[in-house]
Design a protein around this ligand. Sequence first.
Ligand SMILES: Cc1cc2nc3c(=O)[nH]c(=O)nc-3n(C[C@H](O)[C@H](O)[C@H](O)COP(=O)(O)OP(=O)(O)OC[C@H]3O[C@@H](n4cnc5c(N)ncnc54)[C@H](O)[C@@H]3O)c2cc1C
Length: 382
Amino acid sequence: MTHPLVIVGTGLAGYNLAREFRKLDSQTPLVLITADDGRSYSKPMLSTGFSKNKDADGLSMAEPGQMAEQLNAEIHTHTRITSIEPELNRLWMGDVCLTYRDLVLALGAEVIRLPIAGEATDRVFSVNDLEDYARFREALEGKQKVLLLGAGLIGCEFANDLMLGGYQVELVAPSDQVMPGLIHPAAAAAVQGALEKMGARFHLGRVLASLKKDGAGLEAELSDGSRIACDLVLSAVGLRPRIELAAHAELSVNRGIVVDRLLKTSHNNIYALGDCAEVDGINLLYVMPLMACVRALAQTLSGNNTEVKYGPMPVTVKTPACPLVVAMPAANAEGNWRVEGQDADIKAVFHGLDEAVLGYVLTGTCVLEKAALNRQLPAVLA
Ligand SMILES: Cc1cc2nc3c(=O)[nH]c(=O)nc-3n(C[C@H](O)[C@H](O)[C@H](O)COP(=O)(O)OP(=O)(O)OC[C@H]3O[C@@H](n4cnc5c(N)ncnc54)[C@H](O)[C@@H]3O)c2cc1C
């Protein structure tokens, strides 16, 4: 009996890997298992749903039944993997056991939840999959004002999207700029200014201390004692790779599940990719690196060992109020930022000690320069 290739997770990593694998191997039994409803969707669309006026059904691209047919696969939805026994090639879903030929972990990342005082914490939402998005949209019906926790990339995208959808937005974040650690302060000021022009109010350098009910609405008290009235809270304070399953199975983990360039974990026939994986020391929570991993791993799983390579990895942030593209220099890169432009149009380029371009942040009309800069960027994983 041939044991199946088992992929855990049906996000962009899981489904795209299944698709690529099927192009190379139409015979090996394929099983996909997911804790969610298994609908195929593009997660980046979750932060453009209000401006495009799309509900969760509108963002769904295929039902799991259609995916199973397309992929010639078995798909188990609303099914959680509870443990893995690497030495026996077995995994457990509660008390149901499955033996695999190879196992791929495409578990994604989970939202970080901050402890919040007060009796209204059931009104704090986060959006990290289609089902979260459906719940949030439903709760927002008839409401006007959203308090956003976090001013990172996803918080700013949601702020822009909600305002385009007609909602009022206030953002609270402990940092002193938007997207700290990701973009240069000059670019951060451009993004913040553009969102403020649309009506957003920022409360930086502060955190939410407590959340109480106030009539039909809510009253948020911030760490400096100030109070904000709102209808709902959307928390976008960050994501953490899902590593617990792998850690319990004694696979090597760090920030993500540790894999080499073959996407292989510390155990021979267990692989990982997508948001949960730390590939050769790098954990990137974006689509472009994930797709490079998909192509390489599909080859490896079909018998043609292929190491993944990452070229330059610029990220386009979906803040149409202030177009923004960023290519972060490597964490250990030595050099200096050079900043040109003003107001909404900022070009910040990070030059290495030898003058080479190692990273950049472009806002406003300066995003037109991205193609020229991309040609100069080094590969992230050569
Ligand atoms: C709002 C938002 C906007 C974004 N915008 C962009 C963008 O513009 N550009 C970009 O490059 N990136 C963007 N990203 C990031 C990008 O979407 C992710 O990197 C990518 O979707 C991750 O895919 P994944 O398959 O690794 O994880 P996920 O899509 O999270 O899938 C994880 C899967 O694992 C399953 N799972 C988890 N644990 C278990 C378990 N124990 N048992 C069974 N199943 C389990 C889940 O049910 C799910 O099916 C955005 C992210 C968000 C949240």
